[in-house]
Design a protein around this ligand. Structure first.
Ligand code: ZN
Length: 61
């Protein structure tokens, strides 16, 4: 599990390989749009990445 400080990251689903950009301050669970795997769960204002690997950290500015 990885918690990082940027707001957006580009990730790859570990289940199906689909790439998506997720918002790390989301207050709800984020699912893969293809296979419904849980990609991130809210954890105290930051998302905790659980079912994906980070491809790129995007600068929110
Ligand atoms: Zn997936």
């Amino acid at each position: 599990m990885i918690i990082i400080s940027s707001n957006f990251v580009r990730v790859k689903c570990t289940n199906c390989g689909n790439e998506s950009t997720i918002f790390l301050r989301a207050s709800t669970v984020i699912h893969c749009s293809v296979c419904e795997e849980i990609l991130a769960q809210p954890a105290g204002g930051k998302a905790r990445l659980v079912g994906c690997s980070i491809l790129e950290v995007l600068d929110s500015a």
